[in-house]
Ligand binder design. Structure first.
Ligand code: ATP
Ligand code: MG
Length: 163
């Protein structure tokens, strides 16, 4: 169903506002003007956002910033990104980060908790929406996860029935 992107992102930010406040993390929302409502499965995209934002929160130290942004690409896709100022991910791990149960290093994993499923679930959902998810990161600088979604139903307006 058509979803207002600003509203969806404000609600994610609200869901995490208590934890952000507790950790003294600033949250910034940046949504481009004029994005039309986008057809998407709200429960599933909320799951993607929650997985990605909870990582940003978990892997960012006190005093950091998490930015959630949305913009339209010129190829009729919507790009949503979550950027943090956290510990980052070493280059050598980036290829495998979306695999099930993959976590960066044992020491980090033990102290942080979690199962290593969040990103793999996010990728499955984004793929099921015909979107794409990617991650850029630099150790001790931060991480950006970006996913794209088609802005309208596949073939929507031009759909012709052959019967
Ligand atoms: P789960 O999400 O199942 O609770 P998890 O957070 O460890 O566990 P993923 O969300 O799949 O699993 O992330 C995989 C690994 O990628 C994490 O263990 C962490 O090392 C690294 N990672 C993910 N997001 C970030 C981030 N924003 N900053 C730094 N490292 C990250
Ligand atoms: Mg996670």
């Amino acid at each position: 169903q058509p979803t207002d992107i600003m509203e969806m992102l404000e609600e994610v930010s609200d869901r995490f506002s208590f934890q952000m406040h507790q950790k003294d993390i600033q949250s910034v929302l940046s949504v481009e003007n004029g994005i039309p409502a986008v057809p998407l499965d709200r429960d599933q995209i909320d799951q993607v956002l929650d997985n990605v934002v909870s990582n940003a929160l978990k892997y960012t130290l006190e005093g950091g910033t998490i930015t959630i942004a949305a913009r339209r690409n010129n190829d009729h896709t919507l790009a949503i990104s979550v950027t943090d100022t956290g510990m980052g991910i070493p280059q050598r791990d980036l290829d495998r980060i979306f695999e099930r149960f993959y976590r960066v290093d044992k020491a980090r994993s033990r102290s942080m908790g979690g199962t290593g499923l969040g990103l793999s679930i996010a990728r499955e959902i984004v793929k099921a929406h015909d979107g794409h998810i990617s991650l850029e990161s630099e150790v001790d600088v931060g991480t950006t996860v970006t996913f794209t979604l088609p802005m309208r139903e596949e073939g929507g307006e031009h759909l012709e029935r052959a019967d």
